[in-house]
Design a protein around this ligand. Structure first.
Ligand SMILES: Cc1ncc(COP(=O)(O)O)c(C=O)c1O
Length: 439
């Protein structure tokens, strides 16, 4: 943690807000104003809610190193806000490291979790480290240690462990136990010794997966228990373990009636599972920090009655919010147009403009009967929302604003999509588009 950050004392403790902000809690009038001013599809972010989420994490884990997992939302405002609240930043690429540093996060508060790092990432990370020697890298293969040593890196390094157990909201996000991630518990002590001989050994790391709640919390606890045991094994071998990083993954309720995570209970269980150790506990929450701080606004353009449901065609889809298509993820949808009693409730399928069956934001969901031009809000879109957008079908990315109306990222134009492409042949008579002026 940065020394320069003031910690709130109990007396003047700033607001940490409710455990979850539901989609129904957002002010519909304000969202209408934003949609009128900035058009749709539009991401809306509330930095104050990011602050509240940071504060609840700090209260539940007062002695832990809390690193925001930047991959959930790497926007400059988000990085500046979490840093201002005293969180460190965990990065998934050299690009994220650069963006964290550019947002003013000191190198000593930035960790790069290198998963099969491309050579360019390692080169760039080592260059950044030369200027910011406090940077930490987390490596999960003996080969990655060698590749770092080849680049004359001898700075702070955590060893990523494969703890043999994982958890998550979908099989595609369970990382703990998958051979792709980390070195096995049996090989870890020898490799940690080898790492300590070559680098500044900064501890051990494991990540169970993403979106953990319910029974998955038992698996997370087991991961923490195994990591605590490993820390004691290393300690017995005379290796000083500075940090035991047990990753991120705290779930948030996506369904309107799902209860929020009992963060204090999770924190208590985590400390208990870790057991006796001098090492500092570290966590890496991403989703928990930003999910309910963001939503997506989209407008209905086409309404179609079908025997199965009413299909509401909208201007957002899998290129705007990928989670439903990728993970069958549930996101709450609210029709901001309709006073609840004025329209009958029907089964509504909210479908995007991409010619793929997966391009649905929800299917046959009980919602007010939609009409053309209705404004819909999609909840919990702050995490892995904008971050996973794509330009598939030549769809420029949406704009992003704060709930107060500050433009965080302008809407892309077609010229942004084609910016890196070779210019058109002069022979065909086309003029190169200007990304700053052309639509
Ligand atoms: C290494 C690591 N740490 C932290 C996270 C953050 O997970 P979440 O956003 O579920 O908290 C991830 C996400 O996949 C991750 O891979």
């Amino acid at each position: 943690m940065s020394d320069s950050v003031d910690r709130p004392d109990e007396e003047s403790a700033p607001a940490s807000g409710p455990d979850i902000r539901r989609l129904a809690d957002w002010d519909a009038d304000r969202l209408h104003e934003l949609a009128s001013e900035f058009e749709t599809p539009l991401y809306v972010l509330d930095p104050q809610r990011i602050r509240e989420n940071c504060r609840r994490l700090q209260r539940a884990f007062p002695a832990a190193e809390i690193q925001y997992a930047a991959k959930a939302h790497t926007g400059r405002t988000t990085l500046e806000t979490v840093h201002d609240e005293g969180l460190d930043v965990e990065c998934a690429s050299a690009g994220e490291v650069r963006r964290a540093l550019a947002a003013g996060v000191p190198g000593a508060d930035v960790t790069y979790t290198a998963v099969n790092p491309p050579a360019g990432d390692l080169d760039d990370f080592v260059d950044a480290w030369a200027e910011n020697p406090g940077l930490t890298v987390t490596a999960g293969a003996a080969d990655t240690l060698d590749r770092l040593a080849d680049r004359e890196f001898d700075g702070r390094l955590r060893l990523r462990i494969n703890p043999g157990v994982g958890a998550g909201h979908h099989e595609k996000v369970v990382t703990g136990g998958h051979p792709k991630f980390g070195v096995g518990l049996d090989r870890a002590p020898d490799l940690a010794e080898s790492a300590a001989a070559r680098f500044e050994f900064a501890g051990i790391h494991a990540h169970a997966g993403s979106g953990i709640s319910g029974e998955g919390l038992d698996d997370h606890r087991e991961l923490v228990r195994r990591m605590g045991e490993l820390a004691r094994t290393l300690d017995n071998r005379g290796l000083s373990v500075e940090t035991v990083d047990v990753g991120g993954g705290f779930g948030v309720p996506y369904r309107e009636d799902a209860p929020p995570l009992d963060l204090d209970a999770v924190a208590g269980a985590t400390r208990e599972a870790l057991g006796e150790t001098d090492a500092t506990l570290a966590i890496e929450p991403g989703r928990y920090v930003v999910a309910d701080a963001g939503l997506l606004l989209t407008r209905v353009n086409t309404v179609k009655e079908t025997p199965e449901s009413v299909v509401a065609g909208v201007d957002a889809g899998m290129t705007t919010l990928l989670r439903p298509a990728l993970y069958d993820a549930y996101h709450a949808v609210r029709n901001l147009q309709a006073p609840p009693a004025s329209r009958e409730t029907v089964g509504v399928t909210v479908a995007g403009p991409v010619c793929e069956t997966a391009d649905l934001l929800c299917e046959n969901r009980p919602l007010p009967r939609p009409e053309r031009e209705d404004l819909l809000a999609v909840g919990n879109a702050g995490a892995y929302g904008y971050e996973m957008t794509s330009t598939y079908n030549s769809r420029p990315r949406p704009a992003e604003v704060t709930v107060d109306g500050e433009l965080l990222r302008r809407r892309e134009r077609l010229a942004d999509v084609t910016r890196a492409e070779r210019p058109p042949s002069e022979a065909n008579g086309f003029r190169a588009r200007d990304p700053d002026t052309d639509r």
